[in-house]
Ligand binder design. Structure first.
Ligand code: MN
Length: 287
């Protein structure tokens, strides 16, 4: 597929945020964007899921953001400014992380362009802490910061959160136990694939645009061991690819996507980066 040698004009941009300073456990996601590109060399441009070829998709690799070892708040501002300027000429974008602090500024810029968006958040962790290790822009605060942009979040795959996150966002939430899509403090949790689809079928009448944030640790560590905070009991890639197919069939309009927390230093045989790379290929057909 070769992201790097992609066309120089187009309506979708891909960019990397090689950043892991907000990581709380094993660092190394700064090497994610380039490893994901590297593993794309092995992929066909033809998708056996959509029966379409990437040759017909206009996307441009805008390379990596030039970041020094800055703090997560400055990273947020830098990603925001970069995304905002790119979204003037490009219609949609894909961010390659980096840790989960990387897309916060990107989502803010997407929201300003599209106004009406709902974020679908795939992750093992709730990321709903207000502050973590003295930073409000830690990767553990990702979803909490997104809520502050007046964006609602539909979560999937979450299986790790602290008591306070549970009490604030999940406890007594009807959507957690019943089949009704009800947000609690801006957050809704879908407990299985059928419920997720059911919620989206209802929500697509209300929201025109959807954004997907994919933390690779939503997958079971058996499929994606190369990540800094692995959590047993995750989803499998085939179900995720089927979900992408569902999004296309249901014409759910995806306006932005990020894939974060791939850590090549912890990735035997590059299997996590290979999965990430394939996901990016298929997501390009959703735009
Ligand atoms: Mn996570």
């Amino acid at each position: 597929m070769k992201f790097i040698s992609s066309k120089d004009k187009g309506d979708i941009f891909i960019f990397g945020v090689p950043y892991d300073a907000s990581t709380c456990f094993y660092p190394g996601t700064r090497f994610g964007p380039n490893k994901i590109r590297e593993m794309s060399y092995n992929l066909e441009t033809f998708s056996p899921i959509f029966f379409e070829d990437l040759e017909n998709i206009n996307f441009v690799d805008e390379k990596d953001l030039d970041i020094e070892l800055i703090n997560p708040e400055d990273l947020f501002k830098k990603v925001y400014e970069f995304s905002k300027s790119k979204l003037k000429s490009y219609r949609k974008g894909i961010l390659l992380g980096g840790d989960h602090s990387s897309p916060i500024g990107f989502i803010k810029a997407i929201k300003e362009k599209y106004e009406d968006i709902l974020v679908i958040h795939f992750d093992a962790h709730a990321d709903l802490r207000d502050i973590y290790l003295n930073s409000k822009y830690s990767h553990a605060c990702f979803a909490r910061r997104v809520l502050e942009f007046d964006i609602k979040i539909l979560q999937f795959g979450i299986r790790s959160f602290e008591k306070k996150e549970y009490e604030t966002f999940y406890k007594d939430n009807l959507s957690f136990e019943l089949d009704e899509p009800v947000f609690k403090n801006g957050v809704m949790y879908a407990r299985d694939w059928e419920i997720l689809k059911k919620f989206l079928n209802i929500l697509k009448a209300k929201y025109k645009n959807f954004y997907i944030s994919l933390d690779i640790d939503v997958f079971d560590p058996a499929f994606a061991p190369g990540t800094g905070t692995p959590e047993a009991g995750g989803i499998n890639p085939i179900d995720f690819f089927n979900f992408l197919k569902y999004l296309k069939e249901e014409k759910i309009n995806i306006v932005g996507f990020d894939l974060v927390e791939v850590n090549p230093l912890l990735d035997p045989s590059n299997i996590t980066s290979a999965l990430a790379s394939k996901i990016i290929r298929e997501v390009l057909f959703l735009f």
